[in-house]
Design a protein around this ligand. Structure first.
Ligand code: PEP
Ligand code: MN
Length: 293
């Protein structure tokens, strides 16, 4: 028989549910991630132009998103692809934040940039390629900003929890875990969406868990279905790529939803979100503690 999850994840005791902590709520502006409200983060893969970012910010807000995403520092598969506008992109994000009232999540790729990005971001995103970059994780943790930790594309759940533990150990309890797909033998999709990770992480860890179906699928046709699956699996939120003209996007256009598709996806989530919110409200404070193992 397999050992308990507590044994499997024993190297990361601080992230596991305990009698002291059944659920972490990460507070950003007037939001609580990990609590009763389901939180959608949406926006373009990269910050490109003022128009692209503002139009997207207003649209995703109208559709119910609470946080605007957009990369100013971009980790690209090719060194010859657009690498992001850097500080100019951060300034555009700051203007979009002011105009739309949305909080900002954006990626930080280097420990040298942590204090700069932390000036502009409400949440620091650690991308899949950096999940085990411990010096970056330490610097991000010490910035005091909440950290959105994306699962490495070749990382196990235990690896993800170890990285989260490192952030906690550096004095930052505000970690959001993100399932964004992993590499498998399947090549029809960009990555394989490991839906099992969502209920598993929700059972064993007190940290909020969100899903990124855009990078998992790599194609926009699958994003709404994977988003509904993520809500049904118990995720606390979503990270979705949206672009006014996906076919002209400077990065990740194939997986970006246009405005109409994003609106349709958000509408289709409503019954699933209502079910989830009813479940969270009815659940005892120490939800699923007994079920661990
Ligand atoms: C992104 O969010 O645009 C991104 C690069 O994500 P990931 O690190 O999951 O590939
Ligand atoms: Mn992207």
């Amino acid at each position: 028989m397999r050992g308990s999850w507590q044994e499997q994840f024993a190297e990361s005791p601080g992230v596991l549910k305990s009698s002291d902590c059944a659920q972490t709520m990460v507070r950003i502006l007037d939001l609580e991630i990990g609590g009763g409200e389901f939180v959608t983060m949406a926006g373009p893969c990269s910050v490109e132009t003022e128009f692209q970012l503002m139009a997207t910010a207003h649209h995703v807000r109208r559709c119910g998103a609470r946080i605007l995403r957009g990369g100013a520092f971009k980790p690209r598969s090719s060194p010859y692809s657009f690498q992001g506008h850097g500080v100019e992109g951060l300034k555009m994000l700051a203007r979009a934040r002011k105009e739309s009232g949305l909080a900002i999540v954006t990626e930080v790729m280097s420990e040298c940039d942590v204090s700069l990005v932390a000036e502009y971001a409400d949440i620091l995103q650690i991308g899949t390629r950096n999940m085990e970059n411990y010096s970056l994780l330490e610097a991000a943790a010490r910035s005091g900003r909440p950290v959105l930790l994306k699962r490495g594309m070749m990382a196990t759940i235990a690896d993800l929890l170890r990285s989260a533990q490192l952030i906690l150990d550096n004095g930052n309890p505000n970690v959001i875990l993100c399932e964004r797909g992993i590499r498998t033998f399947e090549t029809a999709t960009r990555n394989t969406f490991d839906v099992t990770a969502i209920p598993l992480l929700k059972q064993v860890s007190h940290l909020p868990v969100i899903a990124d179906p855009s990078h998992a699928a790599g194609c926009r046709e699958l994003v709404p279905a994977l988003a509904r699956i993520a809500v049904a699996a118990g995720a606390d939120g979503l990270l979705i790529e949206v672009h006014p003209h996906p076919e002209k996007a400077w990065s990740d256009g194939d997986q970006s939803l246009d405005f109409a598709d994003f609106e349709g996806m958000m509408d289709s989530l409503d019954p699933y979100i209502a079910l989830r919110e009813a479940e969270v409200k009815d659940a005892p404070a120490t939800r699923s503690l007994e079920a661990v193992g």
